[in-house]
Design a protein around this ligand. Structure first.
Ligand SMILES: Cc1cc2nc3c(=O)[nH]c(=O)nc-3n(C[C@H](O)[C@H](O)[C@H](O)COP(=O)(O)O)c2cc1C
Length: 125
């Protein structure tokens, strides 16, 4: 087995990775999932509007004490969703937002590293 595949094998044995995989399979046990769709044929800038809506939903949820997880996993099978949620053919299913209350599963302890303000923003006078 090459070094790369050894690395992948080790990585997937990590209990946190297994917990994440298990959790993804059941869509994070979220009681509610919000699906965001975008009409086909709009300009590419419309994705900005959808992103703003997404952020508003996340903030509104948080303000009500509801936790959220934006996940590709929720929209991995768009054909199935389209059928069961009756999403019209002229709309793309872009992303899903899992909503619920965080439990003590180790995946909920994960915090992504963020760039510092100086790294992320350049200010010009
Ligand atoms: C577009 C997008 C898709 C994502 N899809 C998944 C996913 O399918 N599964 C997952 O565990 N996390 C996914 N994430 C990551 C989580 O939503 C979240 O960003 C991560 O848990 C870190 O959270 P934090 O950045 O608020 O710390 C996705 C994030 C984005 C922006």
């Amino acid at each position: 087995m090459g070094q790369f595949f050894k690395g992948v094998a080790e990585f997937t044995k990590d209990p946190k990775m297994q917990a994440l995989n298990d959790s993804q399979k059941v869509l994070f046990n979220a009681p509610t999932i919000v699906y965001l769709t975008l009409q086909k044929g709009l300009t590419q800038f419309s994705i900005l509007d959808l992103g703003a809506l997404e952020m508003s939903i996340l903030l509104a949820a948080k303000s009500h004490g509801v936790d959220s997880l934006v996940a590709y996993e929720c929209v991995k099978y768009p054909d199935v969703l389209r059928k069961f949620l009756k999403v019209p053919e002229n709309e793309n299913i872009v992303i899903g937002i899992a909503l619920g209350y965080e439990d003590d599963n180790c995946i909920n302890k994960f915090r992504s590293e963020k760039l510092s303000l100086d790294e992320a923003c350049h200010f010009f006078n």
